[in-house]
Design a protein around this ligand. Structure first.
Ligand code: HEC
Length: 103
């Protein structure tokens, strides 16, 4: 019985994973708050802050999750931890797709 339940949970996870293709438009909407520091076009407006424009999508996902999980610390990471804590996994996938799409 336990295996059946686990199987169902795994199957549901896999299905939602494929159904949840990153949404660039939703990412753009979410990125409105990011623009205050990372710029409207993904080029940082504050000296020393990183540009996100055209960055590798998977790198954006893992770095934002690392801030959210407080695995990235030191330097200015605290600033980003606060930002990342407000994003769901879906939001993270969407903003990553958005910034990666900028040329
Ligand atoms: C208040 C300013 C501020 C806001 C708002 C902000 N960030 Fe950041 N972000 C930073 C700073 C500062 C860093 C560098 C942190 C460090 O030293 O690790 C950073 C780093 C990052 C990085 C890592 C870049 C790299 O090259 O490793 C990503 C990705 C990122 N931010 C995404 C976002 C997203 C997406 C949003 C909006 C949801 C956002 N940020 C909002 C200030 C901000």
């Amino acid at each position: 019985m336990k295996n059946v339940v686990m199987g169902a949970v795994l199957a549901a996870g896999l299905l939602s994973g494929t159904a949840m293709a990153a949404d660039v438009a939703a990412g753009k909407a979410k990125a409105a708050v990011c623009a205050a520091c990372h710029g409207a076009d993904g080029v940082a407006v504050i000296p020393g802050y990183p540009n996100l424009k055209g960055q590798n999508e998977q790198y954006l996902v893992t770095s934002i999750k690392a801030y959210k999980n407080k695995e990235r610390t030191g330097g200015l990471a605290a600033v980003m931890q606060a930002q990342a804590s407000m994003l769901s996994d879906e939001d993270i996938a969407n903003v990553a797709a958005y910034y990666a799409s900028l040329k």
